[in-house]
Design a protein around this ligand. Sequence first.
Ligand code: ZN
Length: 286
Amino acid sequence: MKLIRFGEPGRERPGLMLPDGRRIDASGVGGGADYDEAFFGSGGLERLARWLADTGAAAPVVADDVRLGPPICRPSKIVCVGLNYRDHARESGMAVPDEPVLFFKATTAITGPNDDVIIPRDGTKVDWEVELALVIGRRATYVERDRALDHVAGYMLHNDYSERSFQLERGGQWVKGKSCDTFAPLGPFLATPDEIRDVHDLRIWLKVNGESRQCSSTCELIFDVPTLVSYISQFMTLLPGDIISTGTPPGVGLGHTPPRYLVDGDEVELGIEGLGSARQRLRACR
Ligand code: ZN
């Protein structure tokens, strides 16, 4: 299944994208359910699959011009992984890390896949990072690697926007540069694992104003999906709906000589094979 949420910001409703590309309203799955911690933690995906098989054909169609929101409701946390692509490590001349580098991103940064991205006040170095994100389906605490995929609800596209001056020049941790409003566009949809043939063999790409900037494959991941779920669960409990963003391939603005950052009016387009594409317009803070 491909889960979507649609409607105005903050008032999104759950839906599904069908194999033929049609989008349907899944509010009928019952209980006013949204795609949140309670949904994933209580067998919501199984209920949704049953609802789709039984009555999905009669569900209202969502018009193509209706805004897509982030595919899941605001989770308890976004855990991000830094420097997790071999080709990115090669490009930046950095050693492959012995253990995953982790940082947090505020959940208030989440926005829809095609919403405008706002350059924050005093922001001068806004940068892009196309990433494969996964969503936790089942509570994970001290999970073994060989059971880790049992805890994954699905996969989605994420652009881990960063304000490099906040991240690297203002002291302390990366979280300052990662958490601005609109800095986490998610989607277009959350794909359940059965939709993806091999999550470690997906083309991943990003363009700025039509020019290719990032182009790689998830086969370059240093720490793969089960390793990350297991590893992170040794330090914290992952709740249903939580997001892990697995890191970005080479070609970010910071990696260019001289660095190239985004300005008002720029257009960023990105995608991952099997997970769709998204497009964001940069806007100055007003
Ligand atoms: Zn990132």
